[in-house]
Design a protein around this ligand. Structure first.
Ligand code: VGL
Ligand code: ZN
Length: 198
């Protein structure tokens, strides 16, 4: 019998976990719930533990919109109002165990600016460079929007980029969106990994 053992990933301090938008509005009971979004919280907490042990860097992005944001339907956008800064809907879900030293990245903070990528008009790239990060591991919500755009930017900026497939869920408003997003990320060079890769 042949047993194939996949080589495990060993983390170190040049690695970064980027947790995308685990905010109340994107979870059940919120204004823009991502289907099955709750399922990623436990998995992300496991990833957070592993990164803490390895002295890796932990980032958490958040959608941080003004009340009059352009992406809201009442302002001509495509989404219900969500993640209005300083409201409960914009807070990280209480079950997400972010460490004290987490670096929080707020995005899409200007009324007329939509930003799905955590790199878009934020200091994420600067912080990653400051920490000498080489590999990034990205998961969260939503696979077909903010996760996808953050992953594609990370690749563009030259990071070795992995998508945490078991820690991501998408909106899939057009069926197939999530699969197409995953294919696009893989075709651009991201690795798709799961918790048992560590
Ligand atoms: C997102 C829709 C609108 C996301 C943000 O975090 O993926 N999706 N704003
Ligand atoms: Zn948004």
């Amino acid at each position: 019998m042949v047993v194939l053992l996949k080589k495990k990933i060993r983390l170190n301090k040049t690695d970064a976990l980027i947790v995308i938008d685990i905010q109340n509005d994107f979870l059940s009971g919120g204004s823009l719930p991502v289907p099955s979004g709750e399922e990623v919280i436990r998995v992300l907490n496991d990833y957070i533990e592993v990164f803490k042990k390895a002295r890796g860097n932990i980032f958490a992005t958040r959608d941080w919109h003004p009340a009059n944001h352009v992406s809201f339907r009442e302002n001509g956008g495509i989404w219900p109002a969500h993640c209005i800064r300083e409201t409960k809907g914009a807070q990280f879900h209480p079950k997400l165990s972010l460490p004290k030293n987490v670096i929080v990245i707020s995005k899409a903070t200007e009324p007329v600016e939509e930003a799905y990528s955590g790199f878009d008009n934020t200091n994420l790239l600067k912080e990653l460079k400051k920490k000498k990060v080489i590999r990034v591991f990205i998961g969260g919500l939503a696979t077909d929007y903010c996760v996808k755009n953050t992953v594609l930017d990370a690749l563009k900026f030259g990071f070795e980029t992995s998508l945490l497939i078991d820690a991501s869920r998408g909106i899939d408003s057009t069926p197939g969106d999530v699969q197409r997003a995953i294919d696009l990320m893989q075709n651009n060079g991201t690795k798709k990994i799961e918790f048992n890769s560590f």
